[in-house]
Design a protein around this ligand. Structure first.
Ligand SMILES: NC(=O)c1ccc[n+]([C@@H]2O[C@H](COP(=O)([O-])OP(=O)(O)OC[C@H]3O[C@@H](n4cnc5c(N)ncnc54)[C@H](OP(=O)(O)O)[C@@H]3O)[C@@H](O)[C@H]2O)c1
Length: 336
């Protein structure tokens, strides 16, 4: 750590650099003022070296085959943008060699063993000292973290949208989260559901009572929720419409002040109040925008939370956590 501070540059590797989230990581880290991007790796040890044409002139390094030895040689931190079973295998081995790990998969997000066995059965035992990397809620834990488990995209929008109200004790009814996601949320490998001709011109619900992100949302809020994700014909972005009730007599000012106080020092959360946010205003950014409407007569509250699934929902959030973990300005490489 001391030499990292002396150099003011962290030597970084990315695994999963050919994936959607991994390419965003490479783009962000290549332009980061305190990062030296040393290595970007793809899946198999036998895969050929590949270029990333979309990143030419931003980062001209090639993507090389996955090689754990190279990933720990003179590297301070590794970002894993891998399927969860690969992360579950690779992360403990990197940690054992003293490398700090920022994992974008779901492998380490659920603290309860039974829930993890249900939703991430290939994860097995998890290392201790994991920090759930939602910077707005866990800022103080990040500097000591060796393994940062970056939150899922849907849970980020839900936890930021509802967390302050839950912690303030304002929620007084069931919570229903109606979530819409662009297709890049499913990763680059096409499936029948995500095939262009299936999702173009259509909207579909999926994973009802059967989505692993519901468990993560409930873990972070400490409340049960009805969570229904939908696939919409966008390439990126998430919009969650959250329906609930607040206690009798809760005023607009109370809700507004609760959000304002929660996010006063949070550069990536923009509270828009009664101006309801849309995906277009957060696409390609690390912002999560939150607006709401309260019917004071009935206590019915609708919260709208939007973010870019590949940035605040994945790569951008991981870099934000990295910045805090290494003592840099939280906005480095993201806003500057
Ligand atoms: N997409 C999102 O919006 C999003 C949001 C939050 C979190 N995440 C999580 O981030 C991770 C990456 O997601 P993604 O959407 O970027 O996935 P993706 O587009 O499918 O990319 C997966 C990456 O992992 C590599 N890979 C696949 N199998 C591997 C294996 N067995 N060992 C090592 N590397 C392997 C792939 O390399 P090749 O190109 O060589 O196959 C590729 O670089 C996932 O865990 C996902 O759940 C994704």
């Amino acid at each position: 750590m001391a030499d990292v501070r002396d150099r003011n540059q962290v030597r970084v590797g990315v695994a999963g650099a050919t994936g959607y989230a991994g390419q965003e990581l490479v783009r962000l880290l290549a332009g980061h003022p305190h990062v030296r991007l040393e290595l970007a790796m793809a899946s198999s040890a036998s895969s050929p070296r590949r270029d990333l044409p979309a990143l030419a002139h931003l980062w001209d390094g090639g993507v090389v085959p996955l090689d754990l030895d190279a990933l720990t040689e003179e590297i301070d931190a590794v970002f894993l943008a891998l399927p969860e079973e690969a992360s579950a295998d690779v992360a403990p081995r990197l940690l054992a060699r003293g490398v700090r790990v920022f994992d974008l998969s779901g492998a380490f997000r659920l603290r309860d063993g039974a829930a993890r066995a249900q939703w991430y059965p290939k994860t097995g035992e998890v290392p201790s000292s994991i920090v759930y990397g939602l910077p707005e809620l866990r800022r103080s834990e990040l500097p000591a973290a060796q393994l940062v488990s970056c939150p899922g995209c849907y849970p980020t929008a839900a936890a930021l949208g509802l967390g302050p109200l839950v912690r303030a004790g304002l929620i007084a009814g069931d919570i229903v989260i109606d979530a819409k996601s662009g297709v890049s949320g499913a990763g680059k490998a096409p499936s029948e559901r995500t095939h262009f001709s299936e999702c173009h011109g259509s909207v579909s619900a999926y994973g009802v009572f059967a989505h692993r992100h519901a468990a993560e949302i409930e873990q972070e809020l400490g409340l049960s929720v009805t969570f229904v994700p939908h696939l919409v014909p966008l390439d990126r972005g998430i919009l969650e419409t959250i329906y609930t009730r607040v206690g009798a007599g809760t005023s607009e000012d109370t809700v507004a002040e609760t959000y304002r106080a929660a996010y006063a020092g949070a550069p990536f959360v923009r509270v828009t109040g009664g101006t309801l946010p849309v995906i277009k205003q957060v696409a390609y950014t690390n912002f999560c925008d939150i607006g709401w409407k309260l019917d004071t007569k009935t206590g019915r509250l609708v919260v709208i939370s939007v973010l870019d699934n590949l940035l605040k929902g994945a790569a951008g959030q991981a870099v934000q956590g990295f910045n805090i973990a290494f003592g840099f300005d939280e906005r480095a490489g993201l806003l500057t």
